[in-house]
Structures are given as C-alpha cells and as structure tokens.
Design a protein around this ligand. Structure first.
Ligand code: FAS
Ligand code: PHB
Length: 397
C-alpha cells in the first residue's frame, strides 16, 4: 500500500487529522488496533472548547453535535456548601459544548467511511521503520495478512499507550511527568441532570464533578485513591458519596439512576518533547496527557492536528517545510499553557493525599479569589473555553 500520510490511531487526533487532510486533497490511511464498536463505545471526554466545536462545524462534521450537543454559557464552582457561577460567555464572549467524545469519534468515522476513505480497524502489531528517511514504512497485520504501507509522513496519533512514541530511538525524546496522589472514579448514569451547567466541587471529603451527556444521562466523577479498585464501589456507595460531596445549601443534589458504566482513571501530567522525529509527528495523547479537571485532553489533541494539517497542506502545495519544522515548537507552546491550567484546576479542587489543613485553607482562599475577582474569573474562563484555535493554520477559510 502507498499513501501520503500514514495515521496510527482512530481517536480524536487521528480522525480529525485524516478529515482535515482529505478536505485538502491529501491522502491518508488510518490504522486502528481496535474494532469500530470498541472505539465508538469508549466513554471519555465530554467538553468541546469553542474552537473545537467551531472547527468540527466549519469542516462539515458538526451537524449532530449542533443538534444533540448542549451549549453551556457557564460552569459552577462549589465549596463551603455553596455554588458560585463562572460566567464563561459573559467573560469571554465564547461558550463550551457538552458532547461526548465517543459522539465526536462516531461522527468522524461516519464521515470517513461515508467518503469511502481508508480507515482500517483491527490493524494489529503496527511497526514503524525508516522514520529518519524520506520514505517511512508502516507494517501491520490485518485479516491474517502482513501489510506494508509506505508514506511520506507518519502521524503518531495512537494515544498514551501506543507504539509510535516507542519507535523513536532512545535518547531523542525527553519526558516531563507528574503523577497525582489521587484518581477519578467516573460514573455514567441514566438519570436526568440535576442542573443545567457543570458543577466542580471541593468538599472536605474530596473533589467531585457533576456533568452530563444528554437531558437523560448524567456524567459524574469522584476523587478516589490512586490505586482505587472500582470493585470496592457498589452503586449504593457511589451515590451516597456523590450526595455527600455535591449537595449544596441551595438544594442542588444529583438525581440517581441506573449506573451504565463506571471506571477509575489515573491522574497524571505528561509531556514528551520534541513532538517530532524525522518524518514521524506525534499528536494528542501520544505526546502529552493532562488531568481531566480542565476538560482539555481531547481539545488539545485536536489543536495539535490542526497545526499539523496546516503544515502538511502547505508542504504538499508549495514544498515549504517551515510549518513542519516548527510543528513541535508551535504545539508545545499551547501544550504547556494547557498543562499549567489543568494542573492549576486540579491542585485547586482536590484534597491532598495528607489532606493538610493549611493546604485546604489555601485552596478555599483561591476558590474565593476565583469567584470574587473579575481578573481571576476571567483567566479561568479564557482557559476553560479554550485558547484561540488558529483555524488558518489548519487551512480553514
Ligand atoms: P486516544 O487515546 O483517544 O486515541 C488513540 C487511538 O489509537 C485509540 O483508538 C487506540 O485504540 C489507538 N491505538 C493505540 N495503540 C495503537 C496501535 N499500536 N496501533 C493502532 N492503533 C492504536 N479528556 C477530557 O478532556 N475529559 C475527560 O473527562 C477525559 N476522560 C478520560 C478518561 C479515560 C479513561 C481516558 C483514557 C482519557 C480521558 N480523557 C479525558 C483524555 C482523552 O479524552 C484524550 O485526551 C483523548 O482521547 C486524546 O485523543 P487521542 O490523542 O486521539 O488519543
Ligand atoms: C465530562 O463531562 O466527562 C467532563 C467534563 C469536565 C471535565 C472532565 C470531564 O473537566
């Protein structure tokens, strides 16, 4: 097989990249190790930044998002038994869209397959070679056959546990990492959301988050120990803890319902530099991880590939490699600002592992500042709705 760009991974990064390249007439083959059903059913992120929603809509894959997604003009921070609203739209003029990551992935897969473009599921034992040449090679197994795919460029969009980052020779990459002393227990429940906007709470027992997926489905998270076993959390215990942490004096409390899915997600910050080696370009979780407190993971992945798509479009059109040469530096500037915001939100809202009373008082003072100071609230709002996405860089009109 031969293509312009070999894309490893059919998550948000790989699928958006393939979509942007196809719009510019650049060919790609997307290789995904799991089945379509598996990829489309993974419950992960829930919040689209303004720039992400805009990009999906402007590139023709935003119809269902506009129909089913929920536009939110604010979020709430809850502490001391009270909720405090942060007016995202009033402070920034922009909004967020609540629309599950699996729905975004479903829309992109439908567009890809609907256009008859190559997206290979169940592609196993992907191996890369020749990354430091002008003709990198991707080998994989599919339907019992060994396949060789030659390309000009390989996009490593295969997430934190993928193979592309591992294909870079030792000594080239530098990894920055922070592991947090807690994890999130995520719950998806068939229960109508109890409020119209997301509620982040800093309770003395720890962090909790109230979110949603539709008028009938609620998404909830609890801070738990880093090595927590979900088996130790029967539904009754989950609901009891969610009520304790999220209930406020003005009568807000979550609605219970059938638990459709529950799981524990570790909290960590990771950045790999540089995000390029020869003709391999790393994007999304393959290059960086953020704790989900800032609702940034998927959005940052899409921001990476918007930059990569723009650089590739220019390279194929003019031969100018400047965009490709600057790819890692351009992405990392945003990556580190998003890393900081995600760390800041996480540190402000989670009980430390020792639950140090001084640290707790500092967090409450910080929350008081964020909800009382226009400057503090504006900074949170600007980061939460998302740093501007350079659509021109993605070759968008
Ligand atoms: P992804 O991991 O989404 O996609 C990588 C793809 O590559 C996967 O489909 C994988 O199957 C495939 N792949 C891996 N190895 C391969 C190989 N060898 N060959 C071929 N294919 C391969 N972010 C938020 O903003 N909010 C959240 O609440 C949130 N919750 C999360 C919960 C969990 C359990 C996890 C793991 C992540 C969560 N995230 C959240 C972060 C998440 O949304 C990521 O940021 C987002 O999926 C990044 O997209 P990609 O970079 O495309 O990586
Ligand atoms: C979600 O709805 O899954 C969600 C929302 C906000 C976050 C993280 C996850 O910060």
């Amino acid at each position: 097989m031969r293509t312009d760009v070999a894309i490893v991974g059919a998550g948000p990064a790989g699928l958006v990249l393939a979509h942007l390249l196809a719009r510019a007439g650049i060919g790609s083959v997307v290789l995904e190790t799991h089945s379509r059903e598996h990829v489309e059913s993974r419950v992960r992120a829930g919040v689209l930044e303004a720039g992400t929603a805009d990009l999906l809509e402007r590139t023709g894959v935003g119809d269902r998002m506009r129909q089913q997604g929920m536009i939110h003009r604010g979020i709430e921070l809850s502490f001391g038994g009270r909720r405090h609203r942060v007016d995202l739209a009033g402070l920034t003029g922009r909004t967020i869209t609540v629309y599950g990551q699996q729905e975004v992935v479903r829309d992109l897969i439908a567009a890809r397959l609907g256009a008859g473009l190559p997206l290979i599921f169940d592609a196993k034992s992907v191996r890369l070679s020749g990354l430091d040449t002008s003709a990198p090679l991707v080998r994989f197994r599919h339907d019992g056959e060994e396949v060789e795919l030659t390309a000009d460029v390989v996009a490593g969009c295969d997430g934190h546990h993928g193979v592309c980052r591992q294909a870079v020779p030792d000594g080239v990459l530098r990894t920055y990492r922070r592991d947090y002393p807690y994890a999130w227990l995520g719950v998806l429940a068939q229960a109508p959301p109890a409020s119209e906007e997301l509620v982040y709470t800093r309770h003395e027992r720890g962090f909790a988050l109230f979110s949603m997926r539709s008028p009938a489905v609620t998404r909830l998270y609890l801070q738990v120990a880093p090595d927590e076993d979900v088996a130790g959390w029967p539904d009754e215990r989950i609901w009891a803890e969610l009520h304790r942490r999220l209930r406020t004096n003005d009568g807000f409390d979550v609605h219970e319902g059938d638990v459709l899915e529950k799981g524990v997600t570790p909290m960590r910050s990771v950045v790999t530099e540089p995000m390029r080696y020869g003709r391999l370009f790393l994007a999304g979780d393959a290059a960086h991880i953020v704790p989900p407190t800032g609702a940034k993971g998927m959005n940052l992945a899409i921001a990476d590939v918007a930059v990569l798509a723009g650089a590739l479009v220019t390279w194929y059109a003019t031969g100018d490699e400047a965009g490709l040469a600057a790819y890692s530096r351009t992405c990392l500037r945003r990556v580190w600002r998003v890393q900081h915001f995600s760390w800041w939100m996480t540190s402000m809202l989670h009980a430390t592992d020792r639950d140090d009373p001084y640290e707790h008082r500092l967090q409450l003072a910080q929350l008081d500042s964020v909800t009382q100071s226009l400057a503090y609230a504006t900074s949170l709002a600007e980061n939460y709705v998302g740093l501007p996405l350079d659509c021109a860089a993605a070759g968008l009109p």
